[in-house]
Design a protein around this ligand. Structure first.
Ligand SMILES: [Zn+2]
Ligand SMILES: [Zn+2]
Length: 344
C-alpha cells in the first residue's frame, strides 16, 4: 500500500513509499483509512521539530472503517465506522492508565510519530481505543475528531469552563477555532480569539464566520485594552494558549484575572522560556498544561459534532487525494487552509 513515510531524521525526508499492510494481533482491528487530516505536528515532523522514530508512516487524525477484527476483540465488527484514540502500546497497568490517563503512559507509542500512522490505506490499532462515528458524520468530518478531542481535553477536561466565564483563546489554528466554539457551547459569556496578519488569509475570517464573539488581530488592535474593557480591568476568567508564540505565552499570564485559569496547549519554539512566575503566583493562577486527549475528551468532541454544536465541515477547507500531500502541507503551512484532509 502507498504510505507517506518520514524516512530518516532531518529536514524534509518525507515521501510516498510502498509499505506492507499491517498484520493484526489479538486485541487489535485493521482499519481502512478513509480520511486523515494534516496537523501542525505533521509540519513539525517535516521540519524535524517534533519527536518521532523513523522510518514511520505519519498522520494521526484519521477516520475509517473496520475491515478485520483480531482475536479476543468483542463489540466491534467489520464495517463499523470508527475513529481512534492515540494511546497505542499503553500498558494498561501503570497509575496513569488505571486512572484513565493512558495518554500519559510512558509505554504509549502514538501512531504517526512512534508507530505507523494513517496517511496510507490501512492502519491497525488496539480495539479499546476506538470510538464509533455518529451516523450523521462523513469520514472527512470524523477525521476532525482527533484535534477536537485535543481541544476538549485542554479546554473542557483540564482547564474547565464555567457558565458566564470570559474566555480568551490565543491562537486561531484549527484547535484554537474549535476551542472557541467549545467554550461558547460550555456557557462562556464572551469568547475572544486572537491571530496575527498571517491569519487574515483564512483563519481570522473563519473565526468571524463561526460567530466567535470577539476576533482580534493582535498586530492591528490592542488586545489588552479590549480584555480590560470587557472585564472592567479584571482580566479573563480563562486564557487558553494555543499559539506557542513567546509574546502570547507571556500574555496568557498577564491577561488572566486574579484566581483565573490558564490552559497551555500550544507548543513553544524552545525547550525553556521565560514566564512571569511571581506575578502568576501572587495572583494565584491555576495553570494546566495539556497534550493529547483521553476517553472523555473524545466522547465530548463526538457529542458536540453529533448534535451540531460544533460542525466539523466548517473547519475543513480542503479535501485532497493522498497523492497531493505536498500541496496539502503547503496549504496548511501558508495559512491559506484551516484544516486540510487527505483521502488515501
Ligand atoms: Zn493532530
Ligand atoms: Zn500505562
Amino acid at each position: 500500500m502507498r504510505a507517506l513515510v518520514k524516512t530518516a531524521i532531518g529536514q524534509g525526508n518525507l515521501e510516498l513509499r510502498d509499505v506492507p499492510i499491517p498484520q493484526v494481533d489479538a486485541g487489535e482491528v485493521l482499519i481502512r483509512v478513509r480520511a486523515c487530516g494534516i496537523c501542525g505536528s505533521d509540519l513539525k515532523i517535516q521540519d524535524d521539530w517534533h519527536p518521532y522514530t523513523p522510518p514511520v508512516v505519519i498522520g494521526h487524525e484519521f477516520a475509517g472503517e473496520i475491515v478485520e477484527v483480531g482475536l479476543n476483540v468483542s463489540g466491534w465488527v467489520m464495517g463499523d465506522r470508527v475513529v481512534s484514540e492515540q494511546h497505542v502500546k499503553a500498558c494498561g497497568q501503570c497509575r496513569q492508565c488505571l486512572t484513565g490517563h493512558a495518554f500519559a503512559c510512558s509505554a504509549k507509542r502514538a501512531p504517526g510519530y512512534f508507530t505507523d500512522g494513517a496517511f496510507t490505506e490501512f492502519i491497525k490499532v488496539p480495539a479499546w481505543l476506538l470510538h464509533r462515528i455518529p451516523s450523521n458524520l462523513s469520514f472527512v468530518e470524523a477525521a476532525f475528531a482527533e484535534p477536537s478531542a485535543v481541544a476538549a481535553h485542554g479546554v473542557l477536561d483540564r482547564t474547565g469552563i464555567f457558565p458566564e466565564d470570559v474566555v480568551l483563546i490565543l491562537g486561531c489554528g484549527p484547535i484554537g477555532l474549535v476551542s472557541a466554539k467549545m467554550a461558547q457551547s460550555a456557557g462562556a459569556s464572551k469568547v475572544i480569539i486572537t491571530g496575527v496578519d498571517h491569519n487574515e488569509k483564512a483563519r481570522l475570517p473563519k473565526a468571524r464566520e463561526l460567530g466567535i464573539d470577539y476576533v482580534v488581530n493582535v498586530m492591528q488592535s490592542d488586545l489588552t485594552a479590549l480584555v480590560n474593557d470587557l472585564t472592567h480591568g479584571e482580566g479573563a476568567d480563562v486564557v487558553i494558549e494555543l499559539s506557542g508564540a513567546l509574546p502570547a505565552i507571556d500574555q496568557s499570564f498577564q491577561l488572566a484575572r486574579r484566581l483565573g485559569r490558564v490552559g497551555i496547549i500550544g507548543q513553544p519554539p524552545a525547550d525553556e522560556i521565560k514566564i512571569p512566575y511571581r506575578q502568576a503566583m501572587f495572583r494565584a493562577l491555576t495553570v494546566s498544561f495539556s497534550y493529547s486527549s483521553k476517553y472523555t475528551s473524545w466522547e465530548r468532541a463526538l457529542s458536540l459534532f453529533e448534535r451540531g454544536a460544533v460542525k466539523p465541515s466548517q473547519f475543513i477547507t480542503h479535501v485532497l487525494p493522498l497523492q497531493e500531500w505536498s500541496r496539502g502541507f503547503d496549504l496548511s503551512r501558508s495559512g491559506e487552509a484551516v484544516k486540510v484532509v487527505l483521502e488515501p
